[in-house]
Design a protein around this ligand. Structure first.
Ligand SMILES: Cc1ncc(COP(=O)(O)O)c(C=O)c1O
Length: 400
């Protein structure tokens, strides 16, 4: 049996269900605030909504500490929905040129909301300028600057493939191009260090690759820092007033805030404590959410089979994206089946006290994706049930 307080918190919830440990969540929120505050003098933290996707939990973060300012959103329609729900100050971190998306952002902007959109192409600039034609105040744009580590003229590329804006001069030219367009203005830049914030360097699944990951991290830290500093200096020399200089993610909150040229850092997944961060040498978060599955079968002594469980995270496919058994201790997915959409077998060992009808708990690899599969989350605080709260899906929101 899972601990009785957890069983009590689950109450009559139909399994599969997601259980959020609000105490652990709150400790993560405090830990991230404290870490950033102790590392950097002035930076604020812009939470990444995609890594939570639960409106009440987002509000809980903002209410916990004044260091949390604004939101990094992942879609224009999401941004409009959150604004209509009462949140404000958005950085839409991924470009879009679709008229419908830009109309949603225009509605926020013209309605008095504070919003900026990330762009990295001339097409993006032109689409934004067209969509914002005639707005009462220029619509704010933020340039996404590639922070990947590259060598041999780009043949070696360590990092994400997103923005083509790499050199300081390319960014300066981009700002100048935007300066010639009507109804938009450049409000700053974002330099997400994905190869630092998203790269495991202490994973039992990747053996010697951990050493390579650590080398990449060390080299990346130096290059990202130097690049963000040079960018900041060049833009201020050019006379731009940079309102937003965003960098970092949960995986780099220990060092990104030390860069004085950043106005803000982002954190998202760290609040939820997904298992992705179990394999980082530099940050640690508490597991704060779990999916509870019903044990429905036992095919052999030492094995149980659960209903549901196929909550595999996005990204390069691999075992690190599979959910990870948490309760009972020592339970393991089977290499031949992994986490199945409707049936997930677990090897629990001969001595495990797990019966048909019991609940087992798994952890997700990422912070927000599980919310796409559930309309609400069950809350637990102080070992007691604390009600339920709607996910985006529960609100009827689905942003792709
Ligand atoms: C632009 C950007 N900033 C920051 C993050 C970090 O988010 P998290 O803290 O959830 O890892 C991400 C995650 O993918 C991102 O795309």
């Amino acid at each position: 049996m899972i601990p009785s307080s957890w069983r009590e918190a689950l109450g009559d919830a139909v399994l599969p269900a997601v259980l959020v440990d609000l105490d652990a969540f709150d400790r993560n929120v405090r830990h991230i605030a404290d870490t950033v505050r102790s590392a950097g003098a002035r930076v604020s933290i812009r939470p990444a909504t995609k890594s939570v996707r639960v409106p009440a939990l987002l509000r809980r973060i903002a209410a916990a500490d004044a260091i949390y300012q604004g939101w990094m959103t992942y879609s224009a329609r999401e941004t409009l929905a959150l604004w209509q729900d009462g949140l404000d100050d958005f950085l839409v971190a991924y470009p879009t040129v679709q008229p419908g998306d830009l109309a949603a952002l225009r509605a926020v902007h013209e309605g008095g909301g504070r919003v900026a959109l990330v762009v990295d192409s001339a097409e993006g600039l032109r689409a934004a300028s067209r969509a914002m034609s005639g707005v009462s105040a220029p619509f704010r744009l933020v340039a996404d600057v590639d922070m990947s580590l590259r060598a041999l003229g780009g043949r070696v590329h360590l990092g994400v493939r997103r923005s083509p804006l790499r050199s300081v001069d390319e960014v300066r030219r981009f700002f100048a191009l935007a300066g010639g367009m009507s109804d938009v203005t450049m409000a700053g830049w974002m330099g997400y260090d994905a190869q630092l914030a998203g790269l495991q360097d202490a994973s039992p699944f990747q053996g010697a690759m951990n050493l390579a990951a650590r080398a990449v991290r060390a080299a990346s830290r130096r290059s990202v820092r130097a690049k963000r500093e040079a960018l900041s200096e060049a833009l201020s020399r050019d006379g731009y007033r940079v309102e937003i200089a965003n960098g970092g993610g949960s995986g780099s909150i220990d060092h990104a805030p030390r860069e004085p040229w950043l106005t803000e850092v982002t954190a998202g997944s760290g609040f939820m404590g997904p298992h992705l961060f179990d394999y980082f040498s530099n940050v640690r978060f508490e597991p704060a959410f779990f999916v509870a599955l019903q044990v429905v079968r036992s095919s052999d002594v030492g094995y149980v089979t659960c209903q549901g469980g196929g909550y595999v995270a996005s990204g390069a496919p691999g075992w690190d994206k599979a959910p990870r058994p948490w309760w009972p201790a020592g339970a393991k997915l089977l290499p031949t089946e992994g986490a199945g959409e409707v049936q997930t077998p677990l090897r629990v060992g001969r001595d495990a006290q797990v019966q048909i009808g019991d609940a087992v708990l798994l952890r997700h690899a990422k912070g927000g994706e599980l919310a796409e599969r559930f309309t609400d989350y069950v809350l637990m605080q102080g070992g007691r049930p604390a009600g339920r709260t709607e996910t985006y899906r529960g609100r009827g929101w689905c942003f792709g």
